[in-house]
Design a protein around this ligand. Structure first.
Ligand code: HEC
Length: 138
């Protein structure tokens, strides 16, 4: 009986593990549905237009979890694999740094440290993600 229980429990745990791997995907960028946010047009605005907006934070949380968390950490708490994004300031300077990085990614020599998200995430999606990051306590 005990063995059976242990096997059942580990089967469930393995199942949960597999589901989490699937949920985090294979690393392909995940589209972010920005319905409900004010559209911003083609040209990138210089500063986060959604900072503090509850809807943007909610959408940004989803965008962050499906595209950034695997490297930058759950709840924007870095596990050391990539910089802690809470250190990026919630002001115009931090915003332009953030957007440049997200659009361009990061290379070290030939190694892709972070893939570029240009053309994959809309301006609205990137600012929503920044709004979520800005809303995290340090
Ligand atoms: C494959 C892992 C990976 C993914 C996915 C990833 N990043 Fe990064 N990111 C990195 C690494 C590594 C660095 C540091 C690069 C360097 O050392 O120059 C970085 C740097 C950054 C920086 C600059 C931070 C600083 O303090 O200099 C920002 C901003 C950033 N990432 C935002 C994001 C956002 C937003 C997403 C999701 C849309 C994302 N990243 C997805 C790995 C990743």
């Amino acid at each position: 009986m005990k063995t059976w229980m242990a096997m059942a429990v580990s089967a469930v745990l393995i199942g949960i593990g597999a589901a989490q791997v699937l949920a985090h995907g294979d690393g392909a960028p995940q589209p972010v549905d920005t319905t409900g946010l004010k559209p911003l047009g083609e040209d990138w605005v210089p500063e986060n237009p959604y900072r503090g907006d509850a809807k943007a934070i909610e959408i940004g949380a989803r965008g962050y979890n499906s595209n950034c968390a695997r490297c930058h950490g759950l709840d924007v708490k870095s596990g050391g694999m990539a910089p802690d994004l809470r250190a990026v300031e919630p002001n115009a300077e931090g915003d332009s740094w953030f957007v440049a990085r997200v659009r361009g990614g990061a290379m070290r020599g030939d190694a892709v440290k972070m893939p570029p998200f240009e053309g994959l995430l809309s301006q609205e999606a990137v600012w929503a993600i920044k709004s979520y990051v800005d809303a995290q306590p340090d």
